[in-house]
Design a protein around this ligand. Sequence first.
Ligand code: NAG
Ligand code: NAG
Ligand code: NAG
Ligand code: NAG
Ligand code: NAG
Ligand code: NAG
Length: 609
Amino acid sequence: MFLNLRVIVLLSSMLDLSLGTSGAAGVSSTDTLNDVRRNITDGQTLVSAGGSFTLGFFSPGAPDRRYLGIWFTASTDAVVWVANRDSPLNNTTGVLSINSAGTLLLLDGTGNTAWSSNTTTGNTLSSSAAQLLESGNLFVSDESAVLWQSFDHPSNTLVAGMRLGRNPQTGTEWSLTSWRSPADPATGDCRRAMDTRGLPDCVSWRGTAKKYRTGPWNGLWFSGVPEMASYSDMFTNVVVVRPDEVAYVFNATAAAPFSRLVLSEAGVVQRLVWDAGSRVWNVFAQAPRDVCDDYAKCGAFGLCNVNTASTLFCGCVLGFGPVSPEQWSMREASAGCRRNVPLDCRRDDGGTTTTTDGFAVVSGVKLPDTDNATVDMSATLKECRARCLAKCSCVAFAAADISGGGDGTGCVIWVGDIVDVRYVDKGQDLYVRLAKSELVNKKRGNMLKILLPIMVFLLVLMCIFLVWMCNFRGMRRNKDIQAKTMLGGASKELGDENIELPFVSFKDIVTATNDFSNNNMLGQGGFGKVYKGMLEDEKEVAIKRLSKSSGQGVEEFRNEVVLIAKLQHRNLVRLLGCCIHGDERLLIYEYLPNKSLDVFIFALHLCSC
Ligand SMILES: *[C@@H]1O[C@H](CO)[C@@H](O)[C@H](O)[C@H]1NC(C)=O
Ligand SMILES: *[C@@H]1O[C@H](CO)[C@@H](O)[C@H](O)[C@H]1NC(C)=O
Ligand SMILES: *[C@@H]1O[C@H](CO)[C@@H](O)[C@H](O)[C@H]1NC(C)=O
Ligand SMILES: *[C@@H]1O[C@H](CO)[C@@H](O)[C@H](O)[C@H]1NC(C)=O
Ligand SMILES: *[C@@H]1O[C@H](CO)[C@@H](O)[C@H](O)[C@H]1NC(C)=O
Ligand SMILES: *[C@@H]1O[C@H](CO)[C@@H](O)[C@H](O)[C@H]1NC(C)=O
């Protein structure tokens, strides 16, 4: 018995051991290629120290196309990087090795090089090694010198710590290139790169055509992608601007889930975040996200607004009109807009500028393309305005950095045309140069905007005064009614100040109208039927039975009754009481044999409007 137990314990511990080794992918369980192990063959993998990333061979489509790549261990379809994307191996005889010079080589079965990391120092290095880091970076180094890293050669995916940008000094670029199809990692048509002219800006290209722009970096986010601020608790977004590097980097906080930024075959960039619980990638953001993200959709000086589908999303910046209304009517807005009134600006030989122009602010927009704009990060907005005014070719200006709050700092000045402007949540202010007359027009519009509320306010005040007057008279009349206590039956006060209106029991009304007999009917309208009746005290009354289809609740009915009672006027027929019974709503009026029914009905309508 005792012995048996021991055997079981021993067996299970042996089992653990074997599971342990096979769990780490058979033969290879390390993350490094070095002197000890110089290569991995197809079927073997490198796994990063924490297990997040795996490097190995894979076939996304046909099995006779083998690629070397890095993927998320938890989601093997999520390939982060591909080495030989344009030169697949046709069978499983491939080998990745590191040579004595520290160069990575992907060899096919015959020893031909399918791909190489191209680090040709020429020297034989003593301790070069390639390591798959926990960040997903395949990192080749010799002692402390970095020889090569996969993060410098992105495929279609950016993971935390990778850069999208360029080195303006050498022209080296870190950009994303789409796959050709989900089953083919070959270099596709779409590219996402950092545009370092003007303010840093991420641009998606299809071939040589600009398709989408994130808008310039404003210190907090890219001007057209305010949603970047929504996940700043998990990922920090930084734009590094140095002489040798202008780049966008996103960094994950310690507890953040896996995230990747992927450029699809169609040119759409998605930020995907791994939900480890349900094992799916959730889409956090996507660009382009709507029609207004199409680059320069509304042309020069156009302004795109996703909320104006009825006008086909395109409009013109204030002070501009469509160049060709015919084309706009044919859904062709890319010719853009032109100025309604020419600017008035002259520069004399002495360099002095004479101008009567001014600026109108267009608020809440993604700033225009800054390719041809002049940027000065140290200027204030006030200086910026003065500079733009002094330069006759300047058509607009804006703050370059809003991270400090207020109106922002720094200065962007546009000359020529402004393109690709759209309304966006948390958008910025763009100051557009206009002729003086346009600004005067705008001021008149503003005056109207100020005057209109004042006029409305005065009108409301007058109405309140009139109602008060009526009420004052009504109260006096009401007192008369109360004094008389005309109607019998259970009487209850309606919950409103000064208004006491008796409730008449339904039974009394049925009796009074002969069970709503047709003989007693005086008339009929959309509101219901009106009956003549005789109450117990021989008083003749008219009873309005509201149609059940009116859908009025008890509370609304009460309010209406109180209102009518308040409006009592000597020329109007008087309301004497009311009744609520189940879904029956009844009003009891004074019966006026001499007055025409028209007056009667008019009075009723007045009360129920
Ligand atoms: C891979 O490494 C093993 C030993 O680690 C060696 O026997 C083999 O020849 C190497 N293959 C290639 C293609 O370098
Ligand atoms: C791979 O290509 C070589 C020639 O490049 C050919 O000899 C070989 O049969 C091919 N293998 C497969 C599995 O198609
Ligand atoms: C694998 O492909 C290589 C060429 O890429 C070829 O030389 C080799 O014969 C192929 N091996 C098999 C087993 O098909
Ligand atoms: C390496 O260099 C060769 C020749 O200069 C070039 O054809 C190849 O594309 C380069 N490979 C990489 C991965 O840069
Ligand atoms: C990114 O985050 C890591 C820690 O998570 C930190 O060490 C590193 O400095 C950060 N990098 C940037 C550019 O913020
Ligand atoms: C910048 O200027 C060039 C040359 O005039 C022009 O082709 C290009 O369209 C301009 N870009 C923008 C965004 O205005």
